[in-house]
Design a protein. Structure first.
Length: 530
């Protein structure tokens, strides 16, 4: 291996500080002036930066910033329209993934492609060229696994593995080809905080051995914990490469969005308010083969608070939301009551009229009808809006005004006066859907993934609006997989795991680590003792 900028490992932080790469060192990969267009849309616009051996380099940006596009170019899955890649100093055209792998580039994708019924070694054998015998392949897997502490058992069947373990199988598959650059596209989005920390340990060992890692994320805290340098993309443009040590999470966020981020934070938790929404012993069977049963769920949401429900996707979030909205009319046990009145048997319209606002996760089709104007979308959940419907006739003017008021109050940027919902960007449509519900001053707001896929600026706006609603005396129940978001605004936090809901605990008494243990299925007694 050639000379490279050697890393000093700082034992205290567990984080590497790579000696500042200088002109003396040749980058492993250098990108200059990379441009990639999709029709009229420029997804990468003059992106230039270098990655050095032994470096953990973060590629940071909001959804849609062009991160995945960039790494697909590096891995040869798509070709740039302009610009040059250099590999160890030589210009290269990366025509496909096979060439990328031959050069020494490995990539772990967000979604895994493993055969569930096969063993780890069988899966890896299928993916590697050369038809290496299973026995020697298994030996190599065991040796490399031990060397880096990856914990991959070649004989395990994939269907018995957790998501984190499956990800490590994908990493192993890359390692067997001896990469000098390992690319990971948002690897922690499917992991608990503990699994993410284990992954970071492994990645640090890789980097100690000289491997370069290009790590994509939009989570600022983990980027600061793991990487020494970060390149920030904003709308396809490279806004800079910085030493992460010298920037706060807030400064990185500002680079990402290009404006001052209005940070929100909850005030001190309110004193025990009245119970507005209560669920007692709610159970329901698995709705489909892939669904999750709800198992004896109880919660109380009080006036003035945001109750955060954390958890990894697929642990009953959709089923709980369905039960709360009143869309699920099959067999269930338990009672849902609003201000002391049993609403278990009421449908969605009755529940809305009784004072509950709902913001489902899927804004297209569920939260809003894409092919309808904003005015009609507003009417959908607001039949009782003053003046909108008189004697069964819709008052067009009143409707437009109501929608325009929501747009103004919630900073929804409209392309014209009364656009179709489908004409709005994701962040703007979500602000409209949230604004529409909050404008009705519901006594209880139930929201799932309020800022999913929304840019940082709009996300902060939405969170501030929910805090404001709680501050005015409503109760907000927020189901969210974004733990940073839960800690930012929830007063109390409960965790959904495999259809069970843990007891809600004051956020100030919790740490991300404790919540992470609950998210991974640890018993509350264990998780809360740590
Ligand atoms: P990120 O990974 O940062 O979230 P992507 O690189 O996936 O962003 O996407 C950047 C932008 O390019 C997005 O607006 C996306 O819609 C667009 N885009 C990505 N791939 C394609 C494609 N194959 N065709 C058209 N547009 C695309
Ligand atoms: Mg992406």
């Amino acid at each position: 291996m050639k000379a490279r900028p050697r890393a000093n490992t700082s034992k205290d932080s567990g984080k590497k500080t790579v000696v500042a790469p200088s002109a003396h060192h040749m980058p492993l990969l250098n990108a200059s002036g990379i441009i990639k267009r999709f029709n009229d849309f420029t997804a990468n616009d003059d992106v230039s930066f270098s990655i050095y051996e032994g470096e953990i380099h973060a590629l940071l940006g909001e959804n849609g910033a062009g991160k995945s596009t960039f790494v697909k170019l590096v891995y040869g899955l798509i070709q740039p329209d302009a610009g040059v890649f250099e590999w160890r100093g030589d210009p290269v055209t990366i025509t496909g993934p096979q060439q990328a792998r031959d050069m020494g580039i490995g990539m772990v994708f967000q979604h895994f492609s493993l055969f569930q019924a096969l063993t780890v070694a069988e899966n890896i054998q299928l993916a590697l060229p050369g038809g290496e015998p299973l026995a020697s392949l298994s030996d190599r897997v065991r040796r490399i696994s031990g060397e880096y502490g990856i914990g991959v058992d070649p004989d395990a069947r994939v269907h018995n593995l957790s998501v984190g373990q499956q990800q490590r199988v994908e990493i192993m598959r890359c390692l067997l080809q001896n990469p000098s650059l390992l690319i990971m596209d948002e690897p922690t989005s499917v992991l608990t905080p503990q699994e993410a920390e284990q992954l970071f340990e492994v990645l640090r060992r890789f980097s100690d051995s000289g491997m370069a890692i290009l790590f994509i994320s939009h989570k600022l805290d983990e980027i600061r914990a793991l990487s020494s340098r970060a390149t920030v993309l904003r709308r396809g443009i490279n806004v800079g490469t910085v030493d992460t040590d010298t920037r706060s999470a807030r400064q990185l966020a500002e680079m990402m969005v290009g404006e001052t981020v209005g940070y929100v934070a909850r005030e001190t938790p309110p004193a025990d308010g009245d119970i507005l929404l209560e669920i007692s012993n709610l159970s329901r069977p698995r709705p489909t083969q892939f669904g999750t049963p709800l198992r004896d769920i109880s919660l109380k949401a009080r006036r003035g608070e945001i109750l955060g429900i954390a958890g990894i996707a697929g642990n009953g979030q959709d089923e709980l939301m369905e039960a709360l909205i009143g869309e699920w009319r099959g067999k269930s046990n338990g009672v849902i009551s609003l201000e002391g009145i049993d609403i278990s048997h009421a449908g969605p319209a009755l529940r809305r009229n009784a004072g509950i606002g709902f913001i489902p996760e899927e804004r297209n089709g569920h939260g809003a009808v894409p092919a309808m104007s904003l005015a009609y979308n507003n009417l959908l959940t607001s039949h009782s809006l003053a003046g909108a419907v008189k004697n069964g006739v819709i008052n067009d003017d009143a409707m437009r005004h109501a929608a325009a008021d929501v747009a103004t109050a919630f900073d929804v940027r409209l392309p014209n006066e009364n656009p179709l919902a489908s004409a709005l960007s994701g962040g703007n449509l979500q602000k409209f859907v949230v604004g529409r519900e909050i404008a009705k001053s519901p006594s209880v707001l139930i929201v799932s993934q309020p800022t999913w896929g929304v840019d940082v600026g709009a996300a902060m706006f939405i969170r501030a609006a929910m805090l404001d609603l709680a501050g005015k005396g409503s109760a907000v129940v927020m189901i969210s997989q974004d733990l940073e978001e839960v800690f930012m605004i929830a007063h109390r936090i409960a965790v959904l795991y495999d259809g069970h809901l843990s007891a809600a605990i004051d956020a100030t008494d919790l740490t991300a680590e404790k919540v992470g243990l609950l998210m991974g299925g640890s018993a509350a007694s264990e998780a809360l003792e740590t």
